[in-house]
Design a protein around this ligand. Structure first.
Ligand SMILES: [Zn+2]
Length: 366
């Protein structure tokens, strides 16, 4: 994937830097781990420190000191999660800030404006995020509204690119905009959504509204049915997913781009991902364990520290514990993507996926 701040090898995993930082690690550590693109959250940056301030500071890349690609979400997911503090109508979402209660509106145009000011390399359109489970009729109405919003978002994006929206600075003239396919767990709706979104025309396309509580098999089925409807010469982005198994399963179904808080959030809760499945470092069995967290891992944490030490740091509430766990988990995710890319190069993805999934889930089965 080519962006205004460099190329990204796909399939790729994007660490989540909600507030312009990936929790627990510095940009330098991310760079060392080989992260090529970060995701940042429009909702949080819009409320604090504000997109006006970031535009005055030359855009998000300069403000946070990260020169590689950045993708921003539309802010919609966070706003829709504010269930008791927001209302939705045809124009957009209207909500009260979780910080100070102030009233705001997020429309398709406003989401494009904020992201233009942030200057991310990839901006996402505002989509309606449907709660799971939903009836087919509710999913259809929501998908149709998302299509109307996508057309408005694209119009605004084109106008922004011409530099003619008063009061909005286009911080990154090379910004791309991705459309989002919705339609819940209903493959027929997904096919309509994909076809119509491609007709509007975006630089690339994402699949939204999955990983919201549906069984993995349902998600894989929806992905299988949706990816063939999206152009094969553009990245396909599966939003907010997932477990290591989800990454492997979804690449095999045509996905090129992922983001998820699992490696970073779970690191802070003491869960470490390994090829034999996740382990909980707080477990008493590691109290005297001098072995590395993952004997096959080459990350700085595993090269230097023992399970006993990481458990001690976790129980003591030391910040370094969160950092060391996060370094390991991100290494595991980024390394898994490297191995997937290698398997694709060698034409052995199906064999790789079978071996990876068999090993990853073996301990859980016994
Ligand atoms: Zn490691």
């Amino acid at each position: 994937m080519r962006t205004a701040h460099g190329d990204v090898e796909t399939p790729a995993f994007m660490p989540v830097g909600t507030q312009g930082a990936v929790k627990g690690v510095t940009h330098r550590e991310l760079d060392t781990l080989g992260a090529e693109i970060l995701l940042s959250n429009t909702y949080h940056l819009y409320l604090r420190p504000g997109d006006d301030l970031i535009a005055r500071r030359g855009g998000l890349h300069r403000f946070i000191g990260w020169n590689k690609p950045i993708l921003t979400d539309s802010g919609g997911y966070q706003v829709f999660s504010l269930s008791d503090r927001r209302t939705i109508d045809e124009n957009g979402a209207h909500f009260r800030s979780h910080l100070d209660g102030s009233a705001h509106s997020l429309t398709p145009e406003k989401a494009a404006d904020i992201q233009a000011q942030l200057g991310s390399d990839v901006a996402m359109v505002l989509d309606e995020c449907l709660a799971h489970p939903a009836t087919e009729e509710a999913a259809r109405l929501s998908m149709e509204r998302t299509l109307r919003w996508a057309a408005r978002a694209r119009d605004r994006f084109v106008t922004l690119r011409e530099g003619t929206v008063p009061g909005v600075t286009m911080s990154n003239p090379g910004q791309a905009q991705f459309g989002i396919v919705q339609g819940g767990v209903f493959p027929g709706l997904r096919e309509v959504s994909a076809g119509e979104t491609v007709k509007i025309g975006f630089e690339a396309y994402a699949i939204g509204g999955l990983s919201v509580g549906e069984p993995p098999a349902v998600m894989y089925d929806v992905v299988s049915r949706t990816t063939p409807c999206l152009p094969s010469d553009r990245p396909r982005y599966l939003m907010g997913t997932g477990t290591p198994g989800d990454l492997v399963e979804s690449v095999a179904r045509g996905i090129d781009l992922f983001d998820c808080v699992l490696p970073t959030r779970n690191a802070r809760n003491g869960q470490l991902f390994t090829q034999d499945g996740p382990i909980s470092i707080k477990n008493a069995r590691y109290a005297d364990d001098q072995g590395p967290p993952d004997p096959e891992c080459g990350c700085p944490t595993c090269r230097t520290h023992s399970r006993a030490y990481l458990r001690h740091l976790f129980l003591s509430g030391e910040m370094a514990g969160s950092t060391l766990n996060t370094v390991h988990n991100l290494h595991f995710y980024l390394d898994t993507m490297r191995r997937i890319r290698e398997a694709i190069e060698f034409g052995i993805l199906a064999d790789f996926a079978r071996a990876f999934l068999d090993r990853y889930t073996r301990r859980a089965r016994h």
